[in-house]
Ligand binder design. Structure first.
Ligand code: XUL
Ligand code: CO
Length: 435
């Protein structure tokens, strides 16, 4: 088989003192941290769309990135070669999982039947390559946002014909995800929202959305797919308003329609920040309600207000993220690098350096989070901050034994509360001890 990344061998762990950009400084897959290997805690996945289809185009200009294996056609032959490239890259990088959209891996045909046929050819190749390399599928998904037919949405489209098309595409994408042994299936509502409320029957669209998700959950059972169905929140972009706004909105939506047992959340860092939250906020709220299934690992840019999908190299951010993950005992699905090299990063080597840097940042986050948990100070401080609810009137309130009358009676006797500092700076200084 041809080699597409000549001169780059298997990426090895060399430790924190290494100066080699093509080596891991912190990610040591078999190292045990907090009772599990790094590989098991982190369950890293490479995404097909950015890493093997990204060309660096932006709204102001075309792609800058030329890959030597691309022949400029959208043929099945080119797609098969690209799949070989992907598995060579991942084998060298040493990530255990990958992810894809149907249309990333196989060209869309002139009809749905032809698209299905093209997809089958690529799935057969992926199945062989998974077997040969041991790399597994984290999750699959359907691209219901690029083709112009989906310009008004997919499952929330005002036209039932388009909705039916979307269903047919998801049906096939779920089947092939099952075929490849995927651990999850993701719904990202790319155009499930609106550009103008004036032309939109919002309630009807939300009802359709829920009905579509119910049909997907039913089909999952019908075909015996045991993986996790996931919803990936994002507030906007490409549409002005997206229904899966943030983790809290999605959880409320799922409960409203009785779907909360069928779906988990896939939190993407840059989507949380677009919604005005931090990455750790969306992780924490999903996790504390038992809904954090998977992560799309990336970051935005503090000055740019859009989804820049950068590799997250910020160790403070990964530490806070891994603290949530460790507190819930692991990632049910995994951590997918939904991140792309910059338009200006045009070398093949940049692809490796970006992923190695992202993996090391999360591995360091894991090590730091473990130290925070082992040392226990942060947890103890937070626990102490709420200790007035552990006994007396606070405990009675939590247990539902003290209502307004009891609370008033208690205050009349106890008088004014003492001022208690929130000590934010002290907590921030504590965090800096670990990062
Ligand atoms: C887009 C995005 C998607 C999903 C999968 O912002 O994050 O790539 O992760 O459809
Ligand atoms: Co994503």
């Amino acid at each position: 088989m041809a080699e597409f990344f000549p001169g780059i061998g298997k990426i090895k762990y060399e430790g924190p003192d290494s100066k080699n950009f093509l080596a891991f400084k912190y990610y040591d897959e078999n190292k045990v941290v907090g009772g599990k290997t790094m590989k098991d805690w982190l369950k890293f996945s490479v995404c097909y769309w950015h890493t093997f289809r990204g060309v660096g185009s932006d709204p102001f200009g075309p792609g800058t990135i030329k890959r030597p294996w691309e022949d400029g056609t959208n043929s099945v032959e080119n797609a098969l070669r690209r799949m070989d490239v992907a598995f060579e890259f991942m084998t060298k990088l040493g990530n255990p999982y990958w992810c894809f959209h149907d249309r990333d891996i196989a060209p869309e045909g002139a009809s749905l039947a032809e698209s299905h046929k093209n997809l089958d050819a690529l799935i057969a190749r992926a199945k062989e390559l998974q077997k040969a390399t041991g790399i597994k599928l984290l999750w699959g998904t359907a691209n219901l946002f690029s083709n112009p037919r989906f310009m008004n949405g997919a499952s929330t489209n005002p036209d039932a014909h388009v909705l039916a098309y979307a269903a047919a595409q998801v049906k096939k994408a779920m089947e092939v995800t099952l075929e490849l042994g995927g651990e999850g299936y993701v719904f990202w509502g790319g155009r499930e929202g609106y550009m103008s409320l004036l032309n939109t029957d919002m309630k009807r669209e939300l009802d359709h959305f829920a009905r579509f998700l119910r049909a997907a959950a039913d089909y999952k059972k019908e075909i015996g797919f045991k993986g996790t169905l996931l919803i990936e929140p994002k507030p906007k972009e490409p549409t002005k308003h997206q229904y899966d706004f943030d983790a809290a909105t999605v959880m409320g939506f799922l409960r409203t329609y009785g779907l909360e047992k069928e779906y988990q959340i896939n939190v993407e860092a840059n989507h949380a920040t677009l919604a005005g939250h931090t990455f750790e906020h969306d992780l924490e709220i999903s996790s504390r309600y038992g809904m954090l299934g998977s992560i799309d690992a990336n970051t935005g840019d503090a000055q740019l207000g859009w989804d820049t999908d950068q590799f997250n190299m910020d160790v403070k951010s990964t530490t806070l993220a891994m603290l949530v993950v460790m507190n819930q005992g692991g990632m049910p699905v995994g951590i997918n690098f939904d991140a792309k090299v910059r338009r200006e990063s045009t070398d093949l080597e940049d692809l490796f350096i970006a992923h190695i840097g992202g993996m090391d940042a999360f591995a360091r986050g894991l090590i730091n989070a473990d130290r925070i948990r082992q040392e226990g100070t942060l947890g103890d401080w937070v626990k102490k901050r709420y200790s007035s609810y552990d006994s007396g009137i606070g405990a009675d309130f939590e247990a539902g034994k003290a209502g307004f009358k009891e609370l008033e009676k208690w205050v009349l006797a106890a008088g004014e509360p003492k001022q208690i500092s929130g000590q934010q700076e002290k907590y921030e200084v504590l965090l800096n001890r670990y990062v």
